[in-house]
Design a protein around this ligand. Structure first.
Ligand SMILES: [Zn+2]
Length: 207
């Protein structure tokens, strides 16, 4: 499912159309729920890469200052100084800055919540930061926790919710009742956090 409501079904070549139709039919409730969630989401927030623009960082605004010189972005109080030499360089610097911040804050959240799972014999998953279009995070069976770079712009409670959700998959790979019971135990207000996450606009950069 894509943000523009297109639905893509992947099936082996030569799968009869009827099988595909039955599969989609069997997922009708889930599709309906997801479409409702998408309808609740406001239109994307378009942010410009210009001096004085306010960009979110952990849910709070920082003001971009396009300055001459800095080879790496520098945050001073609520102002983020980035190079003014070209829009491409400014965009690359901003991206690097968000990635550095993401690594630091995502690792800290994993560290904070991992001891419970360590005590149950799980190995700490290795963090990978990704730009994902349709999901906030995932946990791979090969020991990776993948988290969306876009989370670094969102309020901390949303980041914490996604981290705990993915860590709970160490115990429960599906989203069944036992998974929800574990979520209730680890993060009692996770439903409110999920709702907040689903109602925040996506962000698009413009030049
Ligand atoms: Zn999940």
């Amino acid at each position: 499912m894509f943000p523009d409501h297109r639905i893509e079904v992947r099936a082996p070549l030569r799968t009869p159309d009827q099988d595909i139709a039955e599969f989609v039919d069997s997922r009708r409730d889930w599709l309906q729920r997801t479409l409702t969630q998408l309808a609740e989401r406001p239109p994307p927030l378009r942010l410009a890469l210009v001096d004085g623009a306010r960009h979110p960082f952990l849910g709070r605004p920082v003001t971009l200052r396009l300055a001459r010189g800095p080879s790496e972005a520098v945050l001073r109080q609520d102002e983020l100084f980035i190079t003014a030499t070209s829009p491409e360089r400014a965009a690359a610097q901003l991206d690097r800055w968000y990635r550095t911040q993401a690594r630091q804050h995502y690792e800290a959240e994993i560290d904070r919540h991992f001891p419970f799972f360590a005590a149950r014999g799980h190995a700490r998953p290795v963090l990978r930061i990704k730009q994902m279009k349709s999901r906030w995070g995932s946990l791979s069976r090969r020991g990776y926790i993948n988290l969306n770079l876009a989370l670094i712009r969102l309020p901390m409670p949303c980041l914490e919710y996604v981290v705990v959700h993915e860590l709970c998959h160490l115990e429960q790979m599906n989203h069944g009742p036992q998974f929800h019971a574990l979520m209730d135990q680890r993060l009692p207000d996770w439903r409110a956090r999920r709702q907040l996450l689903n109602r925040l606009p996506a962000i698009e950069l413009t030049f």
